[in-house]
Design a binder for this molecule. Sequence first.
Ligand code: HEM
Length: 400
Amino acid sequence: LHEAPDILSAAFAENPYPFYRTMRKEHPLIWHEGMQSYIISRYDDVEKAFRDPVFTSDNYDWQLEPVHGRTILQMNGREHATHRALVSSAFRGNELETKFLPVIERNSRELIDGLRDRNPVDLVEAFATRFPINVIVDMLGLPKSDHGKFHGWYTSIMAFLSNLTQDPDVMAEGMRTKEEFAAYMIPIIRERRKNPGDDLLSTLCAAEIDGQRMSDEEIKAFCSLLLTAGGETTDKAIASLMKNLLEHPEQLEAVRADRSLIGAAFAETLRFSPPVHMIMRQPSEDVELSGGVVPAGSTVTCLIGAAGRDEQHYADPETFDLFRDDLSTTKAFSAAADHLAFCLGRHFCVGAMLAKTEIEVGVDMLLDAMPTVRFADGAPAEAGVFTRAPTQLWIDRAPA
Ligand code: HEM
């Protein structure tokens, strides 16, 4: 277990993939002193940590509570099942198609209209970081004029969650955000209970199972979770997907010619360069993984980014290929998904269908607005250890 790659080193942040390879091969189980966590990287181990109920998310109590309050991510067993059922119906096919598809289309169109005259343009700044949050704010039925506030809150919550070294200033800022967010949301939730509308917030207020409803505090915590779970992730998926396609012009042209391939490009992006690179679990009893036994009560960091390139699971895993036949795209958005980017099992991403719809609509409209497109400034660098994507994506639409 010694001399293992350090996932907090600068070299790892620069490019984690060679480290992932070494870890899968030589150090499938590492103890990281700084993070006080075990780290696993093989597909089979990460899959086990997601599916086996021995792995709880009790560790999220101290990781998420200070910034979000109590959310479904921290819950296990019956409590989780009930709360998940209360929120998840709003994110399924019917509701999505009838209520939220127009919201997604409207927000995508607005942003794309705004970038039409800008060339070159940074797609991350002009589109990817704005689109998913604007959609969530609109779905919740909150005013567009507050987009700026939501962007600010989400940035500081994300900084708190990515703060692997526990910098006290970042922690304090995250906790301040929790107060501010509550002061903004709770009066709106109370008002929406009295005067419901046709929006997600009203649906959450009215949701009921066995006579049980969510409290104001629980709805507020869920909305705070939505900002990061639905904003940061989809934002990074769009940036990575566009980068992957621009780096493979023949695949870009195939998608341009047949837009039904956007789903496959999305699934392959989630395998090859997932937005969330690591999530944590806590086993309730000693558990055997490749490389040894992880003791009950310890924290286990599951490297999704490493599992997606496991040569034991995928052929030629370091190649981006949306036509690969070992990643079923039909299954990619169900609980039987063959990539791990949405997690698996009980905590499988509630917003997977929403994310897929946003990507299909957003990328389709972007391609229409960019009949010719190339990197304006070479392939962009990626950044981030906990979540990862290009921080800028300058593109040029001038004819070659
Ligand atoms: C859970 C990834 C989009 C809402 C998760 C988890 C992952 C994930 C890995 C499991 C986290 C854990 O157990 O620690 C992604 C990715 C997305 C995406 C890669 C985009 C490409 C969204 C969107 C929403 C959303 C758009 C909603 C607006 C949630 C919620 C959970 C969750 C509420 C908690 C589920 C539970 O604990 O039962 N997501 N997500 N996600 N996601 Fe997503």
